[in-house]
Design a protein around this ligand. Structure first.
Ligand SMILES: *Cc1c(COP(=O)(O)O)cnc(C)c1O
Length: 455
């Protein structure tokens, strides 16, 4: 039996897949943050590299990966695909469970798949410096790594609570040469406003994005880089699913269910969209697609499908998405990468059409899955990834109940080597579960911008 498929460098995809070309209905346009008129590419040029802006608006189905990016992808790609045979046996299931492992990148997650092309397009424009936000530290690490490859300065605004909890993530970014500041900081207007409101503010991804955007807009030589949600990020991540398709062909299998964790949705989209393409073309109509999110930040399962800002200071483009409201403050769960109030626009369309289903889990449930996985398959994963793996395990248990040979595909989006404090709390039994009240969600949704309704 085959346990693992490692492709050769020659099998690296040479094009990214853009699902915008195949969506079952028109993608609603992004809107200008102040006028709420449809956004034009020129509006984004002060903020993002021109190559990134072009891709953000592209409707081409296939977009060529530049040679230099492909060459840098070879540092860690293609990533391996495993069949979780020991986990299958432990669960006593007739299901076949496959996982694509993205923990092999230098930064330890799938995020360099987009950090590298974003740094490449910045370099093409002669940009000297990139700014960004980071929650758990994964995106900041990926961008710091990518910046070092192209000789770009990188400034990262790291959510204060993570900055204090995860000193080694900060050290990783510093090792790649990045400049890391806890957010809220006194370096930007929105940071100073947040500090004035609460000098001990633990910060949030929304505030950190606002700081990074204001910093980028304040200097001509600087652009901003976003780690999830936007079309171009999801596009770059499709290398995951394009490789996975080839690998499953070698396993001689095709998924009945593609399930994975969703924060903004970039890693899951990267895995799932190349398979969804078959479904959208009317083939393989039995395959189900399931997005998994935390109970503590349930944008797809309990949010509204509406226009909203991606950040707390309302600086970014207004996007059509499932959202809990840009002022929603999620509980400080350990899966920091899933603590964003919104998710990606293309995923919104697919959820609206019932092509992607969503479910959510409590924090202790996902750690129990991560520990079961570690004890059978060895890999100790990021708490974010454990949401998708919890879902995969539940699919396998349901297949056992039904006596059904279900083929399950998931991704382990990152390793958990910087998350040992979280594992420590779980193993010590001191971890809490969090669920926002309906009042909290309703209050945050009352602050949506006055844009047209989506449905
Ligand atoms: C950032 C992150 C996520 C969540 O982001 P998506 O855009 O939804 O993929 C998931 N897993 C890991 C390891 C991450 O770093």
């Amino acid at each position: 039996m085959i346990r693992k498929v490692v492709l050769s460098e020659n099998d690296l995809p040479d094009r990214w897949y853009n699902i915008v070309a195949d969506l079952p209905s028109e993608l609603p346009p992004a809107l200008h943050p102040r006028t709420l008129a449809p956004l034009a590419p020129d509006d984004l040029l002060p903020l993002l590299p021109s190559g990134v802006v072009e891709q953000e608006f592209s409707r081409e189905r296939w977009i060529e990966i530049p040679d230099q990016v492909r060459d840098l992808y070879r540092i860690w790609r293609p990533s391996p695909m495993y069949r979780a045979t020991r986990l299958e046996r432990a669960l006593d299931t007739p299901a076949r469970i496959y996982f694509k492992y993205e923990g092999v990148s230098p930064a330890g997650s799938h995020k360099p798949n987009t950090a590298v092309p974003q740094a490449y397009y910045a370099k093409q424009d002669n940009v000297k410096r990139l700014t960004s936000e980071t929650g758990a530290g994964q995106w900041g690490s990926a961008l710091s790594f990518a910046g070092s490859l192209f000789g770009l300065d990188v400034t990262v605004y790291m959510v204060r609570s993570s900055y204090d909890q995860k000193p080694y993530r900060k050290m990783l970014m510093s090792t790649w040469g990045a400049d890391v500041h806890p957010s809220p900081s006194d370096r930007t207007e929105s940071g100073r406003a947040a500090l004035a409101a609460d000098p001990d503010s633990p910060g949030s991804i929304g505030v950190a994005i606002s700081e990074a955007v204001q910093d980028a807009l304040s200097r001509d030589d600087t652009r901003f880089a976003l780690g999830s949600i936007s079309n171009n990020v999801l596009l770059h991540q499709t290398v995951i699913g394009l490789e996975a398709r080839k690998q499953l062909e070698i396993f001689d299998d095709y998924p009945d269910v593609v399930i994975g964790c969703v924060g903004g949705g970039s890693g899951y989209a990267g895995l799932a969209y190349p398979f969804l393409r078959d479904r959208l073309a009317g083939h393989r109509t039995g395959t189900r697609f399931v997005a998994v999110e935390p109970d503590a930040c349930p944008s797809l399962t309990r949010g509204a499908y509406a226009y909203d800002y991606p950040d707390t200071a309302s600086l970014g483009p207004v996007l059509p998405m499932y959202t809990l409201g840009h002022n929603f403050m999620p509980a400080p769960i350990h899966a920091g990468g899933l603590r964003h109030h919104g998710s990606s626009p293309t995923m919104g369309v697919l959820v609206e059409h019932g092509l992607i289903q969503a479910r959510s889990y409590a924090q202790r449930d996902i750690f129990s899955a991560a520990v079961t996985f570690a004890r059978n398959e060895g890999f100790v994963m990021a708490p974010e990834s454990a949401h998708g793996v919890r879902g995969a395990i539940d699919e396998a248990l349901a297949a056992r109940e039904a006596g059904e040979e279900r083929v399950i595909l998931t991704h382990v989006s990152g390793h958990g080597h910087f998350d040992m404090a979280a594992y420590e709390s779980y193993l010590a039994g001191t971890l809490d579960d969090h669920q926002p009240s309906q009042e909290q969600i309703t209050a945050a949704l009352a602050e949506l911008p006055a844009a047209a309704a989506l449905v």
